[in-house]
Design a protein around this ligand. Structure first.
Ligand SMILES: *Cc1c(COP(=O)(O)O)cnc(C)c1O
Length: 373
């Protein structure tokens, strides 16, 4: 029977998340131990946010509750047809002691677009924002105080209708879990090496490349595994049609710095994930007076430019690692070095500008911080 008390009927009103505290949360000492060296993606907080959806009831049962396994029927749609989307964003402790999310409205909007592409129910942006804000307020003490520490939020949604017919699910579970994160890299910001995959692609025109869905990752894992087996850190994927144009990494966008000081990044066009870090860097680079071009860049041109010295720096970007310098690239045709092979000046300057805004150490002219206290 429908429980009208918990239905979120007015999507524009700030939704109320019922709080059901964890009966046995980690105590302060246990938590401090976990936060000494949390790494990435392995230390989880006590609570999660959940909201349910059914076609009949709309969005209902919004809660902050104990993080716990889901009870799922083995015929739940997501387990068979992969209707799943996710997001990734971080809460930072600011220099003045406050807490803030970085551009969460962008994640909320992208989550909706991903849902649309995957024929899933579109979570109202107000509910997405409230779920993230409420969870961070509950789990604020899980933001590590170590340098570079943050609380990584992972909102996601799965198709939960119990039915094996092939069609969009009529029921969904939306949830947000939180994971304490240290500096993505143990020491400093090392330059990574990319393997250019010529055998595998990630996204084709008309496909799901611009949606943040687990399926995109599932298809890129074999290419990533190949890269690692060959001694590289990440895979670089080319366009699916000509296998010529640089698109992105398995989970990060890519930028190039040329010898005239300008920045180049592949244009969005349906096959590249529109990264919020990418967008922020385009804006910051222009603020810094750099010329920025969103234009196709061929892998052969990239190699020629690296060898001639026209290509000075390259970096990958995404929420998890912010900016990662790229020092080397290799494909079946051989390896080449970019610039000095180490972190470039422009790369590190952009990284610092972005990190300073995220930490509240520099002014926030674009209003990117969503302050929670
Ligand atoms: C999430 C993601 C990115 C980076 O997006 P951000 O919003 O900057 O974190 C880039 N590429 C892929 C494939 C992604 O899934």
């Amino acid at each position: 029977m429908a429980d009208h008390a918990t239905a979120i009927s007015a999507p524009n009103a700030a939704p109320v998340f019922a709080f059901e505290p964890h009966p046995t949360p980690f105590d302060t000492t246990e938590r401090a131990k976990l936060l000494e060296d949390p790494g990435f993606g392995r230390v989880f907080t006590d609570h999660m946010a959940t909201v349910r959806y059914s076609e009949a009831r709309g969005w209902y049962d919004a809660k902050i509750e104990q993080r716990a396994p889901f009870q799922m029927d083995a015929a739940s749609a997501v387990l068979h047809y992969a209707q799943e989307i996710f997001e990734g964003l971080k809460a930072y402790r600011l220099e003045d002691g406050g807490t803030a999310l970085f551009r969460p409205e962008e994640n909320a909007a992208r989550f909706r677009r991903s849902a649309q592409r995957m024929a899933m129910a579109e979570l109202p942006e107000e509910i997405f924002l409230a779920s993230c804000r409420e969870l961070v307020k509950t789990e604020r003490d899980w933001i590590p105080t170590i340098d570079g520490g943050s609380l990584y939020l992972r909102p996601f949604m799965i198709a939960s209708e119990v039915f094996l017919g092939v069609k969009p699910s009529t029921e969904y579970i939306y949830a947000v879990i939180a994971s304490s994160a240290g500096n993505y890299f143990k020491s400093g910001t090392p330059a990574i090496s990319l393997w250019v995959s010529e055998d595998y692609t990630r996204a084709a025109p008309g496909g799901t490349g611009a949606a943040k869905c687990g399926g995109n990752y599932a298809t890129s894992l074999i290419a990533q595994a190949e890269a690692m087996k060959l001694g590289h850190d990440q895979v670089l994927l080319l366009d699916a049609v000509e296998r010529r144009w640089i698109e992105e990494l398995g989970g990060m966008n890519i930028f190039f710095v040329l010898d005239d000081g300008s920045l180049v990044t592949p244009p969005l066009g349906g096959t590249i994930l529109p990264g919020i870090t990418r967008d922020s860097l385009l804006i910051l680079a222009r603020d810094l007076g750099l010329t920025v071009r969103e234009e196709p860049y061929a892998i052969d041109q990239c190699r020629t430019d690296a060898e001639s010295g026209r290509l000075r720096e390259a970096f990958a970007c995404g929420t998890a690692a912010v900016i990662t310098p790229i020092g080397h690239m290799a494909s079946k045709s051989g390896a080449f070095t970019i610039g000095s092979g180490g972190p470039g000046q422009t790369t590190m300057k952009l990284r610092q500008s972005l990190v300073d805004i995220q930490r509240g150490a520099a002014p926030d002219p674009h209003g990117w911080l969503d302050r929670l206290d």
